[in-house]
Design a protein around this ligand. Structure first.
Ligand SMILES: Cc1cc2nc3c(=O)[nH]c(=O)nc-3n(C[C@H](O)[C@H](O)[C@H](O)COP(=O)(O)OP(=O)(O)OC[C@H]3O[C@@H](n4cnc5c(N)ncnc54)[C@H](O)[C@@H]3O)c2cc1C
Length: 466
């Protein structure tokens, strides 16, 4: 038996950042994860391995298809095992880094499966079969999420894979069918397309990436099509037959109609993720879940049971690593009696394809639906000097500002380095900046950041470089 101020269940970006912040604030903390390695979905099978493959596959594609246009001659061939080795090395370094950070902040990292026995008590099944009971003033549920399955389809992580199998394929498939046109499917589809697979994305809705501003989404889809990714929208997968030579996937129009069979070698199921609270013992403490299995909390991350809190993918909101991290900090600060808070309007979201897509704040559709009057400023990457020098002229920046106050309400970027460029927009929204604040801020030349400034100028109709 041991007593803690806080026991955190889950060692992903939510859990490990909660443990670090607890240590910084002088609390005794334990962080329990059953995976055997800290870092959660993000470091082990999510953000990090996918971004390693996105980077290396992009370099491969650049070298093969774009170097000649830039005056570089190179003989390029693929070493898939080497690419995977780079991915594994990066994951190993970062997960060891999390262990180091837990120790540095005097949080105890415990490998084992945690079950909430009741408020103030967590039982941990250790890998050696023994168990350990942790007594604690507070429990933070940070158990994250898991792959959502497709009814009637068994994921074998061999030919029918989730994202976890799709980042570890042993060879480049000739044909890859991606079920779901969300960011994970598009990122992983891009990886294998660049490495030579024929990629078809089947999406239930009539558009890809439904959360994105629709103008950005449409142009994004056109660019992916130019790269060779095919799309079949408004279509649902209803079954799959595993023949020895191929997978025969049955699809139907989403609205109903005649079925069609598509043959493929690998099928990636990426239709979303679900909050993961399996075998956690939430019922032992009567912790309330919503209809989608997410832990219900108030804005302070308190569940219905005093002393039990929840953060990250296990509760509502966008399933993003930095959202889990932000909630971790705010939750621990609330436990410490401070005023932790997360501004959900200023959380950026990024799709790490080439070009990248990034957004923060409201989309044009959301503003229309809310009846808010707004102004729009747009600026294309073709008109940016740096974009020309690096031969990355696809895309545009779209800024939405309040028609009366000029306050920035949303920024949406399709273009090179969008994931980095969006940080300025997130800061602007967090600080309540106006588009004029951005337009009058000096931006180094020649940089891609000037696209954001020019879009801000365009809000008031004085973009100078187009
Ligand atoms: C392929 C892919 C790519 C992604 N890319 C990005 C990206 O680029 N950017 C981004 O922001 N997000 C990305 N995400 C999403 C991101 O990984 C998640 O939003 C993030 O990991 C959520 O953090 P979390 O701490 O809430 O949960 P998780 O990271 O899921 O961690 C939860 C941990 O809890 C452990 N656990 C669960 N139950 C128990 C228990 N009973 N006892 C002990 N341990 C338990 C699990 O083993 C897991 O390690 C990606 C996800 C995937 C799948």
């Amino acid at each position: 038996m041991s007593g803690f101020d806080v026991v955190i269940i889950g060692g992903g970006p939510g859990g490990y950042n909660a443990a670090i912040r607890a240590g910084q604030l002088g609390m005794t903390a334990a962080c329990v994860d059953k995976r055997g390695v800290f870092g959660g979905t993000c470091l082990n099978v999510g953000c990090i391995p996918s971004k390693a493959l996105l980077h290396t596959s992009e370099l491969f594609d650049e070298a093969r298809n774009h170097f000649p246009k830039l005056g570089i001659k190179a003989e390029v061939s693929l070493d898939l095992a080497g690419m995977m080795a780079h991915k594994t090395k990066v994951v190993g370094e970062l997960t060891r880094g999390v262990e180091f950070l837990l120790k540095k902040n005097k949080a105890e990292g415990i490998v084992g499966e945690a079950v909430i026995a009741g408020a103030g008590r967590v039982d941990v099944k250790l890998p050696n079969g023994q168990s350990r009971t942790l007594e604690t003033k507070n429990i933070v549920i940070a158990t994250g999420s898991d792959v959502m399955g497709l009814p009637g389809v068994t994921i074998d992580e061999d030919r029918i894979v989730s994202s976890t199998g799709a980042i570890a394929l042993k060879e480049v498939p000739k044909r890859l069918l991606v079920v779901g046109g969300g960011y994970i499917g598009l990122e992983l589809g891009s990886v294998w397309r660049r490495l030579g697979a024929e990629v078809l994305v089947v999406e239930f809705l009539d558009r890809i990436t439904p959360g994105l501003d629709s103008e950005i989404g449409k142009q994004f889809q056109r660019i992916l099509q130019k790269q060779g990714i095919k799309f079949q929208l408004s279509t649902k997968v209803v079954g799959v037959e595993k023949a020895s030579d191929a997978l025969r996937v049955t699809v139907e129009p989403a609205a109903g109609g005649a079925p069609q069979t598509i043959e493929t070698d690998i099928m990636l199921v990426s239709i979303g993720r679900r909050a993961y609270t399996d075998n956690l013992g939430v019922a032992n403490a009567s912790v309330k879940l919503d209809a989608r299995g997410r832990v219900v909390t108030d804005v302070h991350f308190r569940t219905n049971v005093p002393g039990i809190w929840a953060i990250g993918d296990a509760r509502e909101g966008p399933m993003l690593a930095h959202k889990a991290e932000d909630e971790a900090v705010a939750c621990i600060e609330n436990i410490a009696g401070r005023a932790g808070h997360v501004n959900y309007d200023a959380i950026p979201a990024v799709v790490y394809t080439a070009p990248e897509v990034a957004s923060v704040g409201k989309t044009e559709e959301e503003l229309k639906a809310a009846g808010i009057n707004y102004k729009v400023g747009k600026f294309p990457f073709t008109a940016n000097a740096r974009a020309k020098t690096i031969a990355a002229t696809d895309g545009f920046v779209k800024m939405l500002a309040d028609a009366k106050t000029d306050r920035v309400l949303g920024v949406h970027i399709l273009g090179a380095e969008a994931g980095n460029l969006i940080a300025e927009a997130a800061l602007a929204i967090e600080f309540g900046a106006s588009s004029e604040d951005i337009a009058r801020t000096s931006h180094a030349h020649p940089t891609l950041t000037e696209t954001v400034r020019q879009a801000a100028m365009a809000v008031e109709g004085w973009a100078m470089q187009m």
